[in-house]
Design a protein around this ligand. Sequence first.
Ligand SMILES: [Ca+2]
Length: 383
Amino acid sequence: MNCSCLTVVTAVLLAVTASPVPAARQGRVPLYRTARKIHSEYLVTLKDAADLDTVSEKIATAGMKRDQTGQVTHRLRNVMPILVVRLSDEVLEMVRDLDEVKSVAENGEVTADSFTYQWGLDRIDQADLPMNQDYTTRYTGQGVNIYVIDNGFVVDDPEFGGRASMHECSAGDGIDPYNGGHGTHVAGIIGSNTFGVAKRAQLHLLQSTTVTSVSVMLDCLAEKMVKPAVVSMSMGNFPHSFNDFVASFIRTTDVNFVTSAGNRPEDACNNSPSGAKEVITVGATSGSDYPYTKTNFGSCVDLFAPGVGIISIGVRDGSKTDVRTGTSQACPHVAGTLALLMEKEGRHIGYPEGELLLTQTAAQNKIKGELHGTPNLLLQVPV
Ligand SMILES: [Ca+2]
């Protein structure tokens, strides 16, 4: 099977599953519609006992008799018996009347990973699939300060609604502020108007790229943070000794520190600060509730949150949105949720209460596949 056939197979499966409501006429097999239809192109699924070549002949003959298009371009035998065809409208109706045919689907353009809405929000306000295309919570994180340690911030993006600013403790590090936009994407998941979990939280941005500058910033923050507060850092690969530093920061300040589990994939206990017991460490899941293939795992991960194909604020190529994957995208879902919980409680939530609340309210045993000892907990917001 060549590459174009593989592409077609993908299109078949997506096209058939994308629109489950058939537009069938009486007596004819269902015609499944697609959102971005390609004119005259269809996927004809045959009954198991049907012969692909015989049906192909019938379609070609029907086209010739009517002097119309009835062309079979691919015969798929290995997964399901399917004919990929080009048909005129009249021949299409004839095909839908054939005894051997089970269903017909329009061919259409599909764009993998191109989510037009923030499915991560949709997922965390409901315990079970399927998602309902909606994110509803009565909380916004208003009055809560979220300190975001990252790099590549665009502070004045309209999506932040004026709620984002560089914090006085920010190291700056003298790097290009855009720097791929990682921090902007992450902060957008925490608190932007469209893509954010906590849409009214105050975002304090701290730009850094080195272990020393993060340490200097945390030392500064320990003095300057205003509660209710939470710290979010979608960064890893610190030396193991940093675990002790961040643990002391949490105990001294009584402020929760959320971080990404990492994308190796390996035991999160081997990395820092994901391996620190006091830190809230977040693994990443997909929209079908499987772990992200590269998510770090194990007992040091506290819970999972959406992280595969997450849309948020984009800065690359002048695009206003960007779709990214990783535990960097999972971590900010949790930081935003802590802000919602603090608004709900009407007070600061510190250590270890924040971690307890998150794990107690998480959806249990929803994540499928191999978890390598990671707790089967999926983030849920207070609704
Ligand atoms: Ca939902």
